[in-house]
Design a protein around this ligand. Structure first.
Ligand SMILES: *Cc1c(COP(=O)(O)O)cnc(C)c1O
Length: 478
């Protein structure tokens, strides 16, 4: 075996082996548990010493398929409700295979005009889908974390320029701390971005109205007046615990009045813009200076997929381009080199699955999916409200339902432990996946519905399994 050159005739056979396993696997997703813990033992088949001679192409792919289809968390199926994890639409999944088949070096036009052109096209389509002005610049990223990094790097560059500094060239030394304001909905990934940018994870001034974390716009107004110079507001379109939204329009107005930068993290919530019924939740996002969202969440494109949009396209080039390496194209190259517009250098052609899914289902397909998920969330919310043993903790805004088990007769001080236990048992059970968070100091379940395969049956099963486990837990704890 050894040298892959000896196996060149196996390349297509290996892909056929994967395709051959795909039908049975995809068909199984409708009914199989999200996680079969009995299959965890298969993981040992990954282990062992590095092979000396190599086991060969087909042997390795066969083993990977056996372990993978058995021991994976089947989160691309319809009943993974923990965190906010999307699936893969049929077109996106196949588009991702094409991406691997073609294996493009997608940072430079020179190495892949295909990837560069596809990226330009899908960025335009996404701006259209989200109601963002066509004039915005953009770049595809591996995730919303990287998209937040991209948007906030542009904010930092803008802020530095307002202080007469070029942060890209000279760093932050000698500058004051960049003021960052947010409500309590700010996601840890925005803090991570700020920590990577040298602005400090804890530089965010969080101003809230209540213990849910709703933004205190009046306090932000006063703080911006006090700062008196350029500052950054981080707003969240969709918060992961309750699914609530910051008042984007009010924050846009505030940013305009104070000359501040408005960054909107819309990792999943930006998809509300795809529905006329729900777009009011993100009204004003078209006035933001930078906007981020995920492809691997609600667009239902395989991991890793995110996007960043920036109102002033030139800032992307100033924040990320101009490396000065003589073998790389110049910043004014007539073709777009996306590695000069974002934090990555070499990257895969992640535009291709996005292109495939947007072309396949169009604006209407995404509108219908987002609205179906919203309706399912409302259905679950209503069932929770009607149930004497469940308590809805926050109104259902979009696709997240935040609630807890609260049977009559159990004292308040035992509820956190009880709900934590239910969350752990749900994951161990594996039929549906949902887990707990802390919301307003209470341990709560917060299933999110963002997978194209999910239907009413799955939602009803979620409730049924929660009930079963809760009853079991309660008898044991009495
Ligand atoms: C998921 C999420 C992120 C981070 O996204 P990754 O794709 O995991 O990097 C950021 N913000 C919000 C609101 C999210 O829901």
């Amino acid at each position: 075996m050894s040298d892959p050159l000896n196996e060149r005739d196996r390349a297509a056979d290996a892909l056929e082996m994967v395709a051959g396993a795909a039908r049975a696997y995809l068909d199984s997703l409708a009914t199989r548990p999200v996680h079969d813990h009995a299959a965890d033992g298969l993981l040992d088949l990954l282990d062992g010493e590095l092979s000396e001679r190599g086991e060969g192409t087909l042997d390795s792919v066969e083993r990977l398929l056996r372990v993978g289809t058995g021991a994976a968390t089947h989160s691309s199926g319809p009943r993974f409700f923990h965190f906010i994890v999307g699936g893969s639409t049929p077109a996106a999944q196949a588009g991702d295979w094409v991406t691997s088949l073609l294996d493009q070096a997608s940072g430079l036009w020179l190495t892949s005009p295909l990837a560069s052109r596809a990226e330009t096209v899908v960025l335009r389509w996404l701006k259209d889908l989200f109601g963002l002005p066509a004039s915005y610049g953009g770049v595809l990223t591996p995730s919303a974390t990287f998209a937040n990094l991209t948007g906030l790097a542009c904010a930092r560059q803008w802020w530095g320029e307002r202080h007469g500094a070029d942060v890209t060239a000279d760093g932050l030394a000698g500058l004051p701390r960049m003021p960052v304001l947010a409500g309590g909905y700010i996601h840890p990934s925005s803090r991570k971005a700020l920590q990577l940018l040298g602005c400090g994870r804890d530089s965010v001034r969080v101003l809230t109205r209540d213990d849910a974390g709703r933004a205190d716009v009046a306090a932000m107004d006063r703080a911006l007046a006090e700062i008196g110079g350029p500052a950054v507001i981080v707003a969240n379109a969709g918060e992961v615990n309750s699914g609530d939204f910051d008042p984007i329009g009010e924050l846009a107005e505030l940013a305009e009045r104070h000359g501040a930068w408005l960054h909107v993290d819309g990792a999943f919530g930006l998809f509300a813009a795809a529905s006329p019924r729900l777009s009011h939740l993100v009204a004003g996002v078209e006035r933001a200076h930078s906007v981020t969202a995920d492809g691997h969440k609600w667009l239902n494109v395989p991991y890793e997929s995110g996007f960043a949009f920036v109102r002033d396209p030139a800032l992307l080039g100033r924040a990320f381009g101009a490396w000065g390496a003589p073998y790389l194209p110049a910043a004014d190259d007539e073709h777009i080199n996306y590695n000069c517009l974002g934090p990555e250098s070499s990257r895969r052609a992640r535009a291709l699955p996005i292109w495939a899914t947007l072309r396949a289902y169009g604006r209407q397909g995404y509108r219908e999916m987002v609205e179906r998920h919203h309706d399912l969330a409302l259905r679950l919310g209503a069932a929770v409200e009607e149930a004497p043993d469940l308590e809805l903790l926050a109104p259902v805004r979009l696709c997240v339902v935040c609630f807890r088990y609260r049977p009559p007769g159990v004292p308040e001080e035992r509820l956190d432990e009880l709900n934590r236990w239910i969350g752990e048992r749900l994951v161990a059970d594996g039929r549906v996946y949902a887990g707990t968070t802390t919301y307003r100091g209470m341990t709560a379940l917060r299933p999110a519905i963002v997978n194209w395969r999910t239907t009413e049956t799955d939602i009803d099963l979620l409730l049924q399994v929660i009930r079963e486990i809760a009853a079991e837990t309660l008898t044991r704890h009495r």
